[in-house]
Design a protein around this ligand. Sequence first.
Ligand code: EPU
Length: 351
Amino acid sequence: MIIANEEPIAGMDADVIVEREAPIRNQPRAEVRDAMVESIAARHEVKAERGRRFAEMTSLRVGGQVDWTLSPTGEEQAARVVHRLDKAHILWRVLGAGSNVLADDADHHYVVINMRDLKGTAEFDGERVSVSAGYSLPRLCVEAVKRGLSGIEGLGGIPGTIGGALWMNAGAFGNEIGTVVESVRVARDGNVVTVPGAEIGWYYRKTSFAPGDLLLGATLVLKNDDPEAIAERMNKAKQQRLSTQPHGARSAGCFFKNPPGGLSTGRMIDELGLKGTRRGGALVSPVHANFIVTDGKEATATDTLALAKEIKRRVQSERGVELEYEVELWKGSDEIRAEAKSNTDESEDER
Ligand code: EPU
């Protein structure tokens, strides 16, 4: 068995070293991990980049640097890559269009699996369409309308990927993606596994998928309908979106969920007079109060989060409602270290 501090042996397969090293030390230290990531990327022919910033990968345009970004282009390839990372105990997270993520300003010491290059093509077959996770949701909606297929026209203007939409059961204007999913392809143990839609929990902006699940693609079942009627519904939804939500602004869509019981978060924040409230480069949109938008080069995730917390505090104290974030908050260093430590503790218990 290799001791904890041993360096990878030049010329030896990093994946093999990992398997032997893992029981002693779950989270490889930075240089070892970097060599492993490089080796995994080379072996699976996946693009690997260092030091990309969340400020250029997310729609809020804020957030710090991430150690590694891997960009698979195929479903099988992506499944194999995350399996290798798992075996090496290298932490990873999945990013689609970055349109529902607020990543903090710290350095993020993990691997981002960037799904944007895993686009493939949308394969239509009658009322079915099979599509990969990185495919653009608005594009799919347009393609479906062209073919006279109904079921997702309300999702037309949501700026995200299919993978992101599936992950959070995206919805708008009467459509939710979960209602039209026949099956989702998920990475399991290095393979592409097809999970029937009926076995997945589809909730309000949430699903039964958990961190560690990499969604690779899906087959949707739509319904034939009059193309003009579908196009009209899609345009109506677009118009409504344009007139009620900020357009072209740097945002992550609605920042908080609507609470159960029919209250509207946007209305509550608006009624508290918070529209236009600013913290540095982050402000409550003057158009829709449940959108936080950022502007200027100096905008930070710290400002954005401070503003979100202020909104949360005001709604709690003045309306007695505990808001839940709809966006995902991605923490940098500290949280990841804590996670790594608890993994190490667990594996020590097992021994
Ligand atoms: N309202 C205000 N002030 C505001 C915003 C809204 O008074 O600043 C009022 C509206 O006039 C309306 C009510 O609040 O009476 C609800 O507003 P809206 O119709 O805009 O819907 P919403 O509940 O705020 C939800 C989704 C949106 C989705 C729209 C349209 C959530 C959190 N938001 O917004 O989804 O586009 O319905 O279906 O569920 C997203 O998921 O990121 C998102 C933007």
